[in-house]
Design a protein around this ligand. Structure first.
Ligand SMILES: [Zn+2]
Length: 281
């Protein structure tokens, strides 16, 4: 479906943020020494929710890191963050981080866990400049990211049973469903049916032998994999609906027989129910 301008903006921001987190994950992949790294924890204390992009548990310190993939020129003025070109105001990531670390410390206290906590906002994008950045704020600017990692890497760290308990405790407290996620409203009837290309997202896809062929970029995808991709999406979009041959046939709306769908579902899922209303899990 076509998103509104506001939804598109929000969506692009989420994508950018996600790309930044992935980039950071790649940078810390090869850390030496022993550490636990917990990504995207969503925690709750006294009904206040807070999310932390990356929690790194080391022998002596727990690092709370918020990863920002901002691009372009920004400046800070009386604790507010603005874009130089558009003058648009952004949420100050330091405020968010302060809130998260306060809540995180409370959480540790509640569970009688005694650890040193250090938190920082990491600006991961080398195309980002922050003017008037104060020196006393927990900011790691693009030119400092490497040094931050080197320092982290060179600090010896041996983990004990207590660290493992802490990591497991945090994982057990993770809230799998974010109550503040705002998804655009949608219903089945409103969404475009059909198989789209997994690479360029166009709907100019046709069936050739065992493949879906994209008429726009030429991408080939095996039919069974393309159908399974669509089953996953259908499940994600309509978690309460049953996966049936008819449902996936209608959803994919492509020049293939129902029998093909039946075969693919049967092979990859477990069938339930009577012959007449078989569904798959
Ligand atoms: Zn394509």
């Amino acid at each position: 479906m076509e998103l509104t301008e506001k939804e598109k903006f929000h969506y692009l921001n989420l994508e950018k943020g996600f790309a930044g987190e992935v980039k950071f994950d790649q940078l810390i992949e090869n850390l030496q020494e022993e550490r636990y790294i917990l990504n995207d924890l969503l925690l709750e204390v006294n009904n206040s929710y807070f999310q932390i992009d990356s929690v790194i548990i080391t022998q002596s310190v727990i690092y709370l890191l918020d990863i920002k993939n901002f691009q372009g020129d920004c400046y800070l003025e009386s604790d507010k963050l603005y874009s130089v070109t558009t003058k648009r105001e952004y949420k100050n990531p330091v405020d968010q981080l302060k809130r998260s670390s306060t809540l995180f410390r409370q959480l540790l206290q509640i569970h009688k866990l005694n650890y040193l906590v250090e938190s920082s906002v990491i600006f991961i994008n080398s195309e980002f400049t922050l003017y008037q950045a104060p020196m006393d704020q927990p900011l790691i600017l693009p030119t400092q990211v490497d040094r931050f990692l080197v320092n982290l890497n060179q600090t010896p760290s041996k983990l004990k049973e207590g660290h493992k308990d802490l990591a497991q405790k945090l994982l057990s407290l993770h809230q799998p469903k974010n109550p503040f996620t705002t998804l655009p409203r949608y219903d089945y009837g409103q969404l475009q049916k059909g198989v789209y290309c997994k690479t360029c997202f166009s709907y100019f896809v046709s069936v050739k032998n065992k493949y879906f062929v994209c008429g726009k970029c030429g991408e080939l995808e095996k039919i069974n994999l393309g159908i399974l991709r669509n089953v996953q999406e259908y499940k994600l979009l309509f978690p309460d609906q049953k996966i049936t041959t008819q449902a996936i046939y209608d959803w994919c709306k492509v020049d293939l027989s129902k029998k093909t769908f039946y075969r693919i579902l049967k092979k990859n899922y477990t069938s339930c129910g009577n012959t007449k209303d078989t569904y798959y899990i």
